[in-house]
Every structure is written in structure tokens, then in C-alpha cells.
Design a protein. Structure first.
Length: 251
């Protein structure tokens, strides 16, 4: 009997490692067992290339328990939407206030106020809807600016809550002679509303540039630079703060 065959696991099982939860995952593309921090879900994932090797992945997680504890401890604290909470929106502090009626935005000295009805969890749902609507408005506005600068038709824009990307673009496909013009499609993470305006604008420029260059070649980065200048500070900001954005609005 092999060393890792004492217990059978299934994809999606969760195990306890010194009081911490680790999720087991089968990844057919993996060549070996590995550990990965899922900052969006605030959990550690132990991956194996086949179901038969999930026991090996579980054993590996136990071997790396100190590293797992350190990685999870370094995650930013969750920031649920609750009355009285202050959350950064587009680079400015935004105070959440419980008030009857439809959600509404107000300006106050030093920041913003978002009012929403109800108590938890209804209050949190109302705040999230308002945040998504505001994110969509800002993302549409900046995408229109960049598409116009590139002399491209305005793409279709959608928002979602992806774990790994801040945006994605499907450029327009070339059709046969006489066919109608197809526009590109861009999908953004609504959590960009919690980033500074310049960072949100960079993501819009980045995805809009894909309407011309569907790659990350030097030509692509030249298009981005032509729209917003040096992109490196904005990319660095997202790398440093991405986990924090994913923690906002989560209990």
C-alpha cells in the first residue's frame, strides 16, 4: 500500500490543518501537488493532478502548515458593508449610512456618503447593488473615452466579480464582406470601484487597447502608453492591493 493511500479524498473536500481549513482541488493541468492561496475566498487550496493524488496533496498541506498559517495571517481583514463603516471608493473615503428609501450618494467634507435601507444582510445587499451601479457608470464612461481615442466603436461592457482578472476583452471578429459591424466585448470586475480613479482608468485603457492588439506585445503596451502614459505604477498598485479589494464587502 502506498504512503498516501490511507484515506480517500474527493475534489472539493476540505481538511483541517492545525485549525485552518484547506480545500482540496483536482487540477488536470497540474504536474505535481501544490499549494495556492485563494485571496478572494481567504482560503488555501491544495491541488493535485488526479483524484488519486489528493491524499498526497493533503499530506503536503500538513507538512507546510507553518507556511499556510503565515500566508492566511497576512491576508487583509474583511470589511463587510455595515452601517457606520467607511470604505474607500474611487480614492475617497465613503461612509455607509442606514436610511429608508432608495440608495443615494452624497458628498460631505472629506469624502462621500452612501445611504441604503434595511438592516444586515439587506443593507449589505443594497450597498453592493449601489456600488456595482456606480462601478458600471464609471467604467462605461472611461471605456467610451478610450474607445473614442482609438477610433473604435464603443464595445459592449459588462461587470462581474472574477477572482483572477480585473478585466478581459474579446475584440471584434472580422466577418465576411457585407456583414454588419461587430463590436468588441469587455468585462470588468466591479471591485475596481474601490481602487483610485487612475487605477480604474488604467484598466479601462488596458482592455480598450485590446480592441486593437489582442496580445501583450510591445505594440500593445505602446497603445496603452498612448492612452494613459506609464502603466507600471497602476499595475504595481493592483498587485499590492488586489487582495484588499476582494476583502471589501465580505463578512
Amino acid at each position: 500500500m502506498g504512503l498516501f493511500n490511507t484515506q480517500r479524498y474527493q475534489d472539493g473536500d476540505r481538511i483541517e490543518v492545525d485549525g485552518l481549513t484547506v480545500r482540496l482541488r483536482v487540477s488536470p493541468r497540474a504536474r505535481r501537488v501544490s499549494l495556492r492561496l485563494d485571496s478572494t475566498r481567504a482560503e488555501m487550496v491544495a491541488s493535485a493532478p488526479t483524484p488519486r493524488r489528493l491524499a498526497e496533496a493533503a499530506a503536503f498541506a500538513h507538512q507546510r502548515r507553518s507556511w499556510i498559517a503565515a500566508q492566511l495571517a497576512a491576508l487583509p481583514p474583511r470589511a463587510p458593508f455595515a452601517p457606520g463603516a467607511v470604505i474607500e471608493v474611487a480614492g475617497a473615503p465613503c461612509r455607509l449610512v442606514a436610511r429608508p428609501g432608495r440608495p443615494a450618494w452624497f458628498s460631505e467634507p472629506g469624502g462621500l456618503v452612501l445611504t441604503a435601507p434595511g438592516e444586515s444582510p439587506a443593507f449589505a445587499r443594497a450597498v453592493e447593488r449601489a456600488m456595482k451601479a456606480e462601478a458600471r457608470r464609471r467604467l462605461l464612461e472611461r471605456t467610451a473615452v478610450h474607445a473614442s481615442a482609438l477610433e473604435r466603436p464603443m464595445p459592449q461592457v459588462a461587470i462581474a466579480d472574477p477572482r483572477g482578472r480585473w478585466g478581459s476583452c474579446s475584440p471584434p471578429r472580422r466577418k465576411g464582406f457585407g456583414a454588419g459591424i461587430e463590436v468588441g466585448r469587455i468585462r470588468y470586475s466591479w471591485r475596481l470601484i474601490f481602487a483610485p480613479e487612475t487605477v480604474l482608468d488604467y484598466v479601462c485603457a488596458h482592455e480598450s487597447a485590446h480592441l486593437i492588439e489582442a496580445n501583450h506585445s510591445p505594440r500593445f503596451w505602446a497603445v496603452v502608453h498612448g492612452l494613459i502614459g506609464d502603466a507600471r505604477p497602476h499595475r504595481a498598485w493592483l498587485r499590492a492591493n488586489g487582495a484588499r479589494l476582494h476583502a471589501i464587502g465580505r463578512d
